[in-house]
Design a binder for this molecule. Structure first.
Ligand code: ZN
Length: 272
């Protein structure tokens, strides 16, 4: 919908804002957080049984004071992220909790009789769990991105568009009752859906803070040795084995390769 056909009146002190769409008429909207900046467009969005008004705004950039820190950032499965200078952000516990609850609800939904009230109730509970984990995940992404942007002048990331292979798989897992997810598959879908979102949140915050973001080709960032360039093997998920340099932490090696590809100097120099 174009901006000319919708109107937004923010909540004035209270909780209720008002949105008017030409095709729909006036709506009362529960406002979750203050709207910052100049409103550009409004979108109506439906998520299962809930409707949302998405308010897109334009915010003036506020550059942060310079910092000499420049890092490559590796997003992973075992850990949420690892930087080339050795900072580690673990996956939050709610990922595991949510995964266990969703897997259990999915099994129960699939066993419930088709068309029964019980099945409907379970599907609703499942949608609610997904909504909850999406909100928690978004909040975690905002906090993690904020901390990185505050401390880093340059951030190098893998260009996820180059190998975005998992979208369809995770999409089908979120559709309740259709697909029995393997435990690992479900876990991946909770994480994968997050990488793209985290990246866009990080890029948006970096841009408005005047930080530089460099995207690099992601091929073999985890398997090439950052020190000598040899192709490594991966005996375990968290370890790579270089024929010359021996065992290394897989995610840290990946982050150092990302830093090198972004022209931030060799990974070795960064930790010297
Ligand atoms: Zn090596």
């Amino acid at each position: 919908m174009s901006p000319g056909t919708a109107l937004w009146e923010p909540a004035d002190g209270g909780r209720w804002a008002h949105a008017t769409f030409q095709a729909v008429g006036p709506l009362k909207v529960s406002q979750h957080r203050p709207v910052q900046g100049r409103v550009k467009t409004l979108q109506l969005k439906r998520e299962y049984r809930r409707w949302y008004v998405v308010v897109v705004t334009e915010v003036e950039a506020e550059p942060l004071p310079p910092t000499g820190r420049a890092v490559g950032v590796d997003l992973g499965v075992a850990r949420f992220l690892t930087t080339s200078d050795g900072e580690v952000v673990a996956n939050p516990r709610f990922f595991d909790t949510a995964q266990a609850r969703i897997a259990q609800l999915q099994r129960r939904t699939e066993r419930a009789r088709l068309g029964s009230g019980n099945r409907k109730r379970l599907r609703r509970a499942l949608a609610k769990e997904w909504r909850k984990v999406r909100n928690q995940r978004r909040d975690f992404h905002h906090k993690t991105a904020r901390a990185l942007v505050n401390t880093c002048g340059v951030l190098a990331l893998e260009d996820l568009n180059v190998h975005n292979l998992t979208t369809s798989a995770s999409g089908s897992v979120e559709e309740p009752g259709r697909n029995v997810a393997q435990k690992a598959g479900l876990n991946r879908s909770i994480l994968d859906a997050g990488w793209g979102q985290f990246t866009s949140i990080l890029v948006a915050k970096a841009e408005s803070a005047g930080r530089r973001v460099v995207r690099v080709d992601p091929s073999y960032t985890s398997l090439d040795c950052h020190a000598c360039g040899s192709r490594c093997t991966r005996p375990r998920q968290d370890t790579v084995l270089c024929p010359n340099c021996g065992e290394q932490d897989a995610d840290l090696n990946g982050a150092r390769n990302i830093a090198t590809r972004a022209g931030l100097g060799s990974g070795q120099a960064l930790v010297a």
